[in-house]
Design a protein around this ligand. Structure first.
Ligand code: GRF
Length: 215
């Protein structure tokens, strides 16, 4: 039987994307196992949700590890301990460290509430994203799932879905409409990764083994 993909989540806040993905794992739409939830915020909705679902979860932040390099190492150690194959950022407000980017090269994905590369980058989070969209006069916005390769909101775009902007939208009404689409898109992208419809770039560390297989 095909091995299920093990997901490691990093989340800072409310956790509604986490919830959508957990629900899809539970009802069989996703052949994946939620392996671990890590949050930098002890009071996050994401950690509370993990608790209610009895999932492995922990708080790792500048509070537990004041040295950023040690924090990076600690997060990766927890992900490896729980055999996470893919790291899913679900509203994670911290930068990803170099050890994580190296260990999980091409295996860290994020969702952004706009059509990248527009309305992304430093400072573009929360309602600021939707305020920027409304200010631009755009008739549509959307959600983007992309690989995390270091810089804010950069990295290969895996999928996008469009959402209309209404004339009377506020940042809050637009955020709510985009969020509903995020929940669908994130699950769809994970399913496509699992089923091979979206192919992530090879991890260099994995290639030598594969090249020598049977040759
Ligand atoms: C979402 O809008 C996501 O696009 C962004 O952070 C927000 C997280 O929301 N990266 P939630 O915690 O999943 O509810």
């Amino acid at each position: 039987m095909e091995k299920k993909l093990r997901l490691g989540f990093l989340a800072s806040g409310r956790g509604s994307n986490l919830q959508a993905i957990l629900q899809a794992c539970r009802d069989g739409r996703l052949r994946a196992i939620p392996a671990i939830v890590i949050s930098n915020n002890e009071d996050s909705g994401a950690l509370a949700l993990a608790g209610r679902e009895a999932l492995p979860a922990c708080h790792l932040s500048g509070k537990t590890h004041p040295d950023p390099a040690a924090l990076d190492e600690a997060i990766v150690a927890v992900l490896l301990k729980h055999n996470a194959d893919l790291v899913v950022l679900a509203g994670y407000m911290k930068r990803i460290g170099p050890v994580m980017l190296r260990t999980y090269r091409h295996r860290v994905i994020n969702i952004h509430p706009a059509l990248l590369p527009q309305h992304g980058g430093k400072g573009m989070y929360g309602l600021a994203v939707h305020e920027s969209v409304i200010k631009s006069g755009a008739k549509e916005t959307g959600a983007t799932v992309h690989l995390v390769e270091g810089e804010y909101d950069s990295g290969l775009i895996l999928a996008q879905r469009r959402v209309p902007v209404h004339r009377d939208d506020t940042a809050a009404t637009l955020a709510a409409r985009v969020l509903a689409t995020e929940h669908i898109l994130y699950v769809d992208v994970l399913r496509d990764i699992i089923e091979g419809a979206i192919r992530l770039p090879e991890q260099e560390s994995a290639s030598p083994g594969r090249l020598h297989d049977g040759t």
